[in-house]
Ligand binder design. Sequence first.
Ligand code: ATP
Ligand code: PAF
Ligand code: BAL
Length: 284
Amino acid sequence: MEVIERVSIIRGRMEALRCSGKRIGFVPTMGALHEGHLQLLRASVQENDVTVCSIFVNPTQFNNPEDYKMYPRTMEQDAELLRSVGCDILFAPHAEEIYVQQSLLQFSFGPLEAVMEGEHRPGHFNGVATIVGKLFHYVQPHRAYFGQKDLQQVAIVKQLVQGLSYDVEVVRYPTIREADGLAMSSRNKRLDAEQRQTATILYSALQLARQQLPEKPTYSIKAAVEAYLTGAYGVALEYFEIADPNTLQPLAQVRPGQEVALCIAAHVGPVRLIDNILVNLNEV
Ligand SMILES: Nc1ncnc2c1ncn2[C@@H]1O[C@H](COP(=O)(O)OP(=O)(O)OP(=O)(O)O)[C@@H](O)[C@H]1O
Ligand SMILES: CC(C)(CO)[C@@H](O)C(=O)[O-]
Ligand code: BAL
């Protein structure tokens, strides 16, 4: 595996690969890799000629400085894992080169960024769009792989690709979970043993909501989830939403046959976690 840190070098390398007709798959990450990332990488290795993974803890998407400071960084172990799944190029740039001066770019994603992660993490999606836009320029992928765990992020990236006419296919890959249902996430590394146990409550809250979907109105399901989390020790619910899986807008009612996204964000101890499941109302 080739490790590239400089923007000028990745640009030249990718230009040459593109010109030689290679299909390029790209998995952008912030590192501290786990099985969820590795599944995205395996899919890319299987479906493309060359796979690039980027590792960059992007400062502009963090609305909370403490979260940025504490974000797990495990570069050497990450490089080993990338080799084990057959990744061809690791792009690990430095912030000084990505942000030569303070970024003043402003994106607007309309209603999509007014809800959930957009509402609760001011500036977050502006930072995501800025870095993903830059990375797409450097790497020039044919396909880019993103996890369903960050469902709203996938919708933002699709809107970015459409709005700026990038010639990139955005692939959404299902969420990989631990045996007890907890969605794999780099931030899980920050949980102590007790918090790790408690964190399974996000997935059980989603399952509770799923069971109630066919019979109960959405307001009553939301109240049940709120009550469930309020009763639990060491957890603070930030939001639970029943939303359209593409627009991410909250749904006041659901119809038979409709696909809905159940989305949750909660703090477990000092760590903020998110999760979601997609439910087809015909299959509940
Ligand atoms: N459990 C998972 N299953 C599938 N994809 C995942 C999973 N976790 C993360 N991803 C995807 O991997 C990519 C990189 O994510 P990132 O590096 O932020 O890791 P993360 O585990 O989501 O960390 P955190 O949520 O703590 O920031 C994103 O597209 C993300 O959606
Ligand atoms: C897409 C991404 C790598 C941009 O920094 C990040 O938001 C992530 O890891 O999901
Ligand atoms: N995994 C999404 C990136 C973030 O939480 O900042």
